[in-house]
Ligand binder design. Structure first.
Ligand code: PLP
Length: 488
């Protein structure tokens, strides 16, 4: 049998792949019908003037995928039943469908199905997108990262296996402990550090292990909605605490007449979303409250690396004398969010329990990235990257503030401009948040209302402006376009 095959010299596919695809296509469209004997590798190679190895490679792939079969002594044949036939099952008649009552959800499922939607993030294709929390991923040193990954890729096969360390790769835990003690005054040894899948998993494990339904969790209002949803879905009772220029108003906690507060969730280095920084007296007041009541504190230190101007205040964890603080950090802002690596610093007596929960939940994080990250930190790349990004973000922050002042003037009040990669801005206008978002979208600008971050009703007009990933030109142009909404 002669088989005409057209090879494409410009195709990026190697010849054996092209031949495989042509033969597979011929089998599927019936040019080569089931049961037919196909040429030997030698004769097809000769006929097509290609090497026999090329033909053998494509036959082997077709054999392994079930398109061809060999019969000893007789040759190679197209299979009578093709794998694709098995994929197209016969349609089920409507009389065969059994209608069943809706699947019953447990309490967690019920609460989750009833919780409000996650904040509306502007569509990714919005030309100027002020979505919050996004670092400048184009600045990440990709070549270096690839070098670090490949250092371990062929070293041994250990990263392909289950890890024996559910708490995380030990050199990474050591590097994080050193980094935290020097840059954040966190007091910990490496064996207190649990490597987690971002802040989100740290919160999830804490709540699953330490909170009973009905327990009271106090949290900043406005605050981080993703944390709030975790607390709500576990059945905790939420106690909103006001935030002012100095952060969480600890007095409201102390004066609370509710039953004992089990846990407080705070973002002291850079309150999310207002940007307030928890003052030192408030920090000490909060720790005293924990010591007196036995309450616990979750310190979410998600972007403290980016502070512009004032010296950083030591982390609550470092000031704590009573093992009351569970400290969470993440590489989502400092490096890139897709990395999904964060850390939880625990009091020593909780470590073994959290290790079990982590193992039960998802075993551990991928090992290769942890190995690369450990070297990234130990060799000083992290500090260099932070230094570079700090000055880039500080400049972007200044440009955004200036643009807001120039184009919006008194129509905008800026909050929290000393840290992080977002600002909260109050826009003074008779338009609703939804109307502002709609007008902005029409002008190619994506902005996010701060409303979903509030637990209690509040006045509208507050927006979160992420500036991490926008160039100076985009920042200015974005605000210029936005201002037209209010002058039209
Ligand atoms: C308050 C707060 N904590 C933590 C994070 C980071 O979460 P993750 O580490 O799960 O990416 C964010 C992201 O925007 C945040 O706003």
């Amino acid at each position: 049998m002669d088989l005409a095959i057209a090879f494409d010299n410009n195709s990026p596919l190697p010849l054996h792949q092209q031949l495989y695809q042509e033969l597979r296509q011929a089998i599927l469209n019936g040019r080569l019908s089931p049961g037919v004997r196909i040429p030997s590798t030698r004769s097809l190679a000769k006929y097509l003037s290609i090497s026999r190895t090329t033909v053998t490679q494509s036959y082997e792939q077709l054999l392994s995928e079930g398109y061809l079969t060999t019969v000893l002594g007789s040759g190679t044949f197209v299979c009578a039943q093709l794998p694709d036939d098995l994929l197209h099952s016969t349609p089920i008649e409507s009389s065969q469908i059994i209608t069943r009552s809706p699947i019953k959800l447990n309490r967690y499922g019920q609460v989750l199905s009833q919780t409000e939607d996650l904040p509306r993030i502007p569509a990714p294709n919005t030309p100027i997108n002020f979505r919050y929390g996004q670092p400048a991923i184009d600045q990440f040193p990709l070549k270096l990262w690839r070098r670090l990954l490949s250092r371990y890729f062929y070293k041994d096969l250990s990263w392909l296996d289950y890890s024996t360390q559910p708490l995380g790769y030990q050199p990474l835990r050591e590097a994080i402990a050193r980094y935290l003690s020097s840059s954040r005054a966190v007091k910990c040894e490496y064996d207190q550090v649990l490597i987690v899948n971002g802040t989100q998993q740290a919160l999830d494990l804490i709540v699953r292990l330490l909170i009973e339904p009905g327990d009271i969790i106090a949290l900043e209002d406005p605050g981080y909605m993703s944390a709030r949803l975790i607390f709500q879905t576990q059945g905790a009772e939420l106690l909103p605490i006001t935030v002012d220029d100095s952060g969480l108003m600890v007095k409201e906690l102390v004066n609370s007449t509710k039953k004992p507060i089990r846990l407080v969730y705070v973002t002291p280095s850079h309150q999310f979303p207002t940007g307030a920084i928890l003052s030192l007296p408030r920090r000490l007041e909060l720790l005293a409250w924990a010591q007196q009541t036995g309450g616990l504190i979750i310190e979410d230190d998600y972007d403290s690396e980016y502070r512009y101007g004032d010296r950083p205040i030591p982390a609550l964890q470092g000031l704590d004398r009573s093992d009351s603080v569970l400290y969470i950090g993440t590489f989502s802002k400092v490096l890139f969010p897709g990395l999904r690596i964060g850390y939880l610093v625990l009091p020593k007596n909780l470590v073994a329990l959290f290790a079990r929960a982590k193992w039960l939940s998802d075993r551990h994080l991928p090992i290769l990235e942890q190995q690369a990250l450990a070297d990234f930190i130990a060799e000083g790349h992290l500090e260099r990257h932070i230094r570079k990004m700090r000055s880039l973000y500080e400049r972007r922050c200044q440009v955004l503030v200036q643009a807001l002042n120039v184009y919006l003037g008194e129509k905008a009040t800026i909050l929290g401009e000393k840290a992080g990669i977002h600002l909260m801005v109050k826009l003074h206008s008779h338009l609703s948040d939804e109307e502002i978002i709609q007008h902005a979208t029409q002008k190619g600008v994506g902005i996010m209302s701060a409303k979903p971050q509030y637990l209690q009703p509040h006045s509208t007009g507050e927006f979160i402006f992420g500036y991490g990933e926008l160039t100076e030109q985009q920042l200015v142009e974005g605000i210029r376009r936005l201002a037209r909404i209010f002058t039209a």
